[in-house]
Design a protein around this ligand. Structure first.
Ligand code: DC
Length: 229
């Protein structure tokens, strides 16, 4: 660790990583947090966990007030272990369940609800106020921590993002239909970019990194170069 990267772990510092699905945010953010020795905060996991709860309870996903009430009544805890991040929804380990296709495709209901976003952002700020974090999501550099010490926006060509998703799903032993995956990713991009609240956009002071031709370690090295400047 250099003096500067050590300082990230010792001082209270926030590093934000935003970008579209499949740009490599999660793997990069996890590895970056590991190298810096700080907490990794996956904000997408929070939106996914609340979606899972709403589905299980059979809530009307179109009804903002119901979703806000559910959010107020929910405890989501993220734990980082060597084996991966554990997502606890009201005490239950839902780390696997929140990655299902149904949850992935229904999370936009939760994500577009302003009142729910306010609650999520509050939880994320609380975590970032306690310790240094690498936080990953769509609005973390623009809304959650607009004054973060270091901001990054990861992007990659659409075809490459599809390729990564296919690989990730196949590695998990899941059947993949590439055409429908492309369609899903396009739809998710559209929803992420056009949401009225907390849309995905590049923060003015973010460093944009195109990861299309970069490895995970190559991307982390690039980020560390900027942090150590
Ligand atoms: O990062 P992910 O794919 O796990 O996120 C799932 C969804 O959650 C994403 O499509 C949009 C939403 N999300 C959000 O609205 N704001 C964030 N900060 C993180 C995720």
């Amino acid at each position: 660790m250099t003096q500067k990267t050590k300082a990230v772990a010792q001082k209270l510092e926030v590093i934000t990583i935003d970008g579209p699905a499949g740009a490599g945010k999660s793997t990069v953010a996890k590895e970056l947090a590991r190298r810096l020795g700080v907490f990794y905060l996956d904000t997408g996991a929070m939106y996914r966990a609340l979606t899972l709860k709403a589905i299980r309870l059979g809530l009307n996903l179109e009804d903002a007030a119901t979703l806000v009430e559910a959010a107020r009544d929910t405890k989501i805890r993220l734990e980082n272990h060597n084996s991966g991040t554990k997502v606890l929804l009201d005490g239950e380990d839902v780390s696997e369940a929140i990655r299902s296709l149904e949850v992935t495709n229904k999370t936009f209901y939760i994500a577009r609800t302003g009142g729910v976003r306010e609650i999520m952002v509050g939880w994320q700020r609380e975590i970032g106020a306690r310790q240094s974090v690498v936080i990953e999501g769509r609005d973390v550099g623009t809304v959650v921590f607009p004054k973060a010490a270091h901001k990054f926006y990861l992007d990659a060509d659409f075809e490459e993002r599809v390729r990564r998703r296919v690989k990730e799903l196949r590695e998990k032993g899941k059947q993949v239909d590439e055409d429908s995956l492309k369609k899903e990713l396009q739809e998710r991009d559209h929803k992420d970019f056009t949401r009225a609240v907390g849309p995905l956009k590049v923060a003015e002071d973010a460093v944009v990194i195109d990861t299309t031709h970069l490895t995970v370690n190559g991307t982390v090295d690039e980020i560390l170069k900027h942090i150590n400047k």
